[in-house]
Design a protein around this ligand. Sequence first.
Ligand SMILES: [Zn+2]
Length: 288
Amino acid sequence: MYYIDPHIHMISRVTDDYQRMAQCGCVAISEPAFWAGFDRGSAEGFRDYFRHLTEVEPKRAAQFGIRHYAWLCINAKEAENVALSREVIALIPEYLDKPNVLGIGEIGLNKNTRNEATIFQEHVDLAMKTNELILIHTPHLEDKYKGTRMIIDMLKEDKRVDPQRVLIDHVEEHTVRQALDNGFWCGMTLYPTTKCTPERAVDIIEMVGTERIMANSAGDWGKSNPLAVPEMIQEMKRRGHPEAAIRKIVYENPLAFFRQSNRWQDWPAETGEERKESQSRRKEKVTQ
Ligand SMILES: [Zn+2]
């Protein structure tokens, strides 16, 4: 089955991971900007990072037929430094016309501090002024419920924000409804043992259904599995979920969300049903 991994940090992965993902059916990924495993010393460090996300990583992915897309921001962890964050936000527009950029992300909260909230709102303001999609990081563990509430409140306060153009990530059992009920898209981040496992993700799908929800592997500096989405596909198959429901979660939903960005490109060689559909469209054109 073809799938899209909508949130994976390939900068922290080896090239073999691309190969294994392609072998499992991965056709596209999106890589949000995040923490580098250490706090960067200056805004110039981010300039190099944005070049990595928009120039280096797409070439590495292309070797395996995987489309690579990226999101730009200063992550919540480093956003505690307001002065540095403002310098980074000021340089983002230079990179917004790179062909693989889908929007602003992953922005959000880490420890739910006032500084993080200020920088979150300034990122949202940039996204609104530049008409970009938004990808949101919600805090982990005990900070998650309160942080998700704070994020949703800030988004609702800004009347320019259309929830259909925002993806709230790392949702779990106790936050998924907050995101969905307010009209946002949401992502479940699959980890091997801690946080949301593939089994728990399938429990969540059984609880809330298949609308506006997707799953990703995160694949970051911590212990993580770049093949977590295929693992979840297996778990859904094992429980007898129909092929169409699985495909909706791992392929059609991310596609529908990303297509709202005018830099998303549908692949020339479509897959499966889409190929059949476009062949019949082409035939119609020929016979017209
Ligand atoms: Zn992330």
